[in-house]
Design a protein around this ligand. Structure first.
Ligand code: NAD
Length: 476
């Protein structure tokens, strides 16, 4: 069944005359006809956000919290429906969508409703004055998100913006617009005032560029590729507007000889989950030379357990890639690696002609400068390299322009601390992966991003800090 997806602007559905097709990666069936927003749509949405701003800001964190809590409850009540839509639309595994990913969206709204209320004002005395730091809502925020985990990643940005008092214009990616469109229905049901939360659809270079170029957008929050971030950063520079960017990664997964090798090798094979379309995935396996064979034996055994298939099937662990263009991009990386002399240790082929699956692939590069080591593939493709000592491990870990995350597998507390400090990355996980507290800072170093999300860090971003300084004894 094909559905129609329209924009949600000023509390109502708005259609564009032009549309684009949204297809399922599972069988390339047509999922939706989607309104293709343009500059006029961007103007409507930002005008609505600007109109809604004064009243939403004036409500204060206490007044805004009930709306966000209602929205959180509605997300919780609709987890299965949203998970099924997102699975059809982007082919993430249904069981993880149902068990954790969509529910995380509800937790984002709930956590920020509560965090904003307790977001402390800073007050101190100096030079005979009382100094107060006020956090003022910044104004309309434009939020632009990628096609992977679109619902959760969007709420991760929209929740702090709304809680801080900023109306939002959200533009989800054109390859997976469905789940964020369902969010619009919940926003209406939760009774958010018109214009506070707008969701528009369309192509990045069209409506995305129009939104980010508009000086009414007082914050630009982006998750996606470094290439697009450069365009958005240029727009932010023109309007002198703060922008935050959560970008791609080429994260190292280091395994030292003192690690729990079974656990580490299992996790390494687990980087193929969701077809490797995970920004945080540890795609560069860096393994101590002395355990090379023992690691590879286990890694192959665990990788053999993967099941490629329909992401709605509970047994599936590797889903199809999002789009034929993306499959071609992933295959292109591997073909170039093969042609340039890198060793394809396993995989390296499309699985079943006509489908969008790619085999879990392991490549041993001829050198650390190889393209397959230095550039994000965003698919089920890992590289394998060995190191002789800790210094070489750190040097290899830090040898790409990215710095989103890292995993360190070791049983030594001292090593965990030493290596954790030395690795250039926004997050370093030791003997674990993807565990995260909502109040922790999240973001990248290098071309993996600018700014931090999470907890107060995100509330700071959506606020203008203002000093109010009162001469002691001058007011009663
Ligand atoms: P992308 O950069 O192609 O697109 C992201 C969004 O930007 C889409 O909504 C797109 O329509 C929009 N866009 C494109 N051109 C634009 C322009 N000129 N102006 C304004 N908006 C524009 O990224 P993608 O392919 O959708 O996502 C994959 C990338 O996202 C990978 O690099 C991945 O690592 C990264 N990612 C990062 C994180 C993180 O938290 N760091 C999370 C998920 C994905």
């Amino acid at each position: 069944m094909t559905v129609r997806i329209d924009h949600f602007i000023d509390g109502a559905r708005v259609a564009s005359a032009a549309t684009f097709e949204d297809r399922s990666p599972i069988d390339w069936s047509l999922v939706a006809e989607v309104s293709r927003g343009d500059a006029t749509t961007a103007d409507l949405a930002l005008a609505a956000a600007e109109r809604a701003f004064p009243a939403w800001a004036a409500l204060g964190p206490d007044g805004r919290a009930p709306y966000l809590l209602r929205l959180a409850d509605l997300v919780d009540a609709n987890v299965d429906r949203i998970a099924e839509a997102e699975c059809l639309d982007m082919a993430m595994l249904l069981r993880s969508l149902k068990a954790r990913v969509i529910g995380r969206g509800a937790r984002n709204f709930r956590a920020y409703a509560e965090l904003a209320v307790t977001y402390a004002e800073r007050v101190w005395e100096s030079n005979g004055t009382r100094n107060r730091v006020l956090r003022m809502p910044a104004g309309p925020a434009v939020v632009i998100t990628p096609w992977n985990a679109p619902f959760m990643l969007s709420t991760w940005k929209c929740a702090p913006a709304l809680a801080a008092g900023c109306p939002v214009v959200l533009k989800p990616a054109e390859w997976s617009p469905l789940s964020c469109s369902l969010l619009a229905d919940l926003v209406a049901e939760a009774g958010l005032p018109p214009g506070v939360f707008n969701i528009v659809q369309g192509i990045g270079e069209e409506i995305g560029a129009a939104l980010t170029a508009d000086s009414r957008a007082r914050r630009l929050s982006f998750t996606g590729s470094p290439e697009t971030a450069r365009h958005i950063g240029a727009a932010a520079a023109r309007n002198i507007v703060p922008f935050t960017a959560e970008l791609g990664g080429k994260s190292p997964l280091l395994i030292f000889a003192d690690a729990d090798l079974d656990a580490a090798a299992r996790k390494a094979a687990g980087q193929y989950d969701d077809a490797g379309q995970v920004c945080l995935a540890g795609t560069r396996l860096l393994v101590a030379e002395s355990i090379r064979d023992a690691f590879l034996e286990r890694f192959h055994r665990f990788t053999d357990e993967h099941v490629l298939g329909d992401p709605r099937d509970g047994a599936t662990t590797v889903s199809p890639l999002i789009h034929p263009d993306h499959l071609a991009r992933v295959a292109g990386f591997v073909d170039r690696a093969r042609a340039s002399g890198d060793t394809i240790v396993r995989g390296g082929r499309v699985w079943r002609e006509g489908g969008l699956w790619y085999e879990p692939t392991l490549i041993e590069p001829r050198s650390n400068d190889a393209e397959i080591v230095q550039r994000e593939v965003f698919g089920p493709v890992l590289t394998f390299q060995t190191f002789r000592d800790e210094a070489e491990a750190i040097a290899l870990a830090n040898s790409t322009p990215y710095g989103l995350a890292a995993q360190v597998w070791t049983s030594s507390e001292e090593r965990a601390d030493r290596v954790g400090r030395a690795i250039r990355a926004g997050t370093v996980w030791v003997n674990c992966f993807l565990v995260r507290d909502l109040t922790a800072p999240f973001g990248g170093i290098g071309i993996s991003g600018i700014g931090r999300e999470g907890g107060d860090y995100a509330l700071d971003f959506y606020s203008d800090l203002k000093m109010l300084q009162i001469l002691d004894g001058s007011t009663a």
